[in-house]
Design a protein around this ligand. Structure first.
Ligand code: ADP
Ligand code: 5GP
Length: 230
């Protein structure tokens, strides 16, 4: 049975970096390439990071009911095509969706068994510096993304797992543990010591187990949030 994994994060948290790495180490995992109306960034290529289409083309796809979910983010449309889920099911693969909080809510509504992961930066300052290090966006875009991050973060409690992306190698191991842990649980097989370690790592970032650790992170955003947002 196909498990759908949803990954959301404020822009700049390191989600793409993490997703890229776990895709290389977790077998049988399809990645959904979204459609978007935003222009390519850096060396992004059509059909690799996204399918880049016009607003007219996107609206035509909406009319034809071709999206599993879609949302407007930062003034552009982003959407997941229905056919990626059909293909993953056909191949007996799991499916990873990198989508925003609005899209995540739509998927949870349609597929309640989907497993969701919210990635957080260690604090707001680190998020800002990562957005600048990436330096693919103009200053106005960076400020917009920081303001949006403060609001997106308020949705963390709607997710099953919360992963604080501090040290990259640790975060890759934890995300891998969440994905493989869900498979282990549904496999019904006898657990080895290594399996139990993996499950413990995943459990550590379950929503109910992280609340205390999140307080300083959330506070760093509240203290500096721009009133009124965008
Ligand atoms: P997102 O997909 O969430 O917008 P990216 O994956 O593009 O974010 O990461 C933003 C920047 O932060 C990139 O320059 C990336 O190399 C860097 N980065 C990602 N994870 C970490 C980490 N754990 N520690 C330090 N830098 C990181
Ligand atoms: P970026 O422009 O940085 O690639 O992505 C901006 C935001 O859009 C991110 O939060 C990303 O997760 C989200 N996003 C990317 N693809 C989709 C999609 O298909 N649907 C939705 N709802 N959000 C998406």
């Amino acid at each position: 049975m196909t498990t759908v994994y949803i990954i959301s994060a404020p822009s700049g948290s390191g989600k793409s970096t993490l997703v890229e790495k776990v895709r290389q180490i977790v077998p049988g995992l399809d990645f959904s390439i979204s459609y978007t109306t935003r222009p390519p960034r850096g060396n992004e290529q059509n059909g690799r990071e996204y399918f880049f289409i016009t607003r007219e083309q996107f609206e035509e796809m909406i009319r034809k009911d071709e999206f599993l979910e879609y949302a407007e983010v930062f003034g552009n449309y982003y959407g997941t095509a229905k056919d990626v889920l059909a293909k993953a099911r056909e191949n007996g693969h799991d499916l990873l969706l990198d989508i925003d909080v609005q899209g995540a809510a739509q998927i949870k509504g349609k597929l309640p068994d989907a497993v969701s992961v919210f990635i957080l930066p260690p604090d707001r300052k680190t998020l800002e510096s990562r957005l600048r290090t990436r330096s693919l966006d103009a200053e106005k875009v960076i400020q917009n993304r920081l303001a949006t991050a403060s609001r997106e973060i308020e949705n963390y409690m709607k997710y099953d797992y919360i992963l604080v992306n501090d040290r990259l190698d640790e975060s890759v191991e934890t995300l891998k543990a969440v994905l493989l842990g869900e498979r282990l649980k549904s496999s019904g097989r006898q657990l080895s010591v290594a399996d139990k370690d993996l499950l413990a790592r995943a459990e550590h970032c379950r929503l109910g187990n992280v609340r205390g650790r999140l307080q300083p992170i959330l506070a760093s955003f509240v203290a500096t949030a721009t009133p009124g947002g965008r």
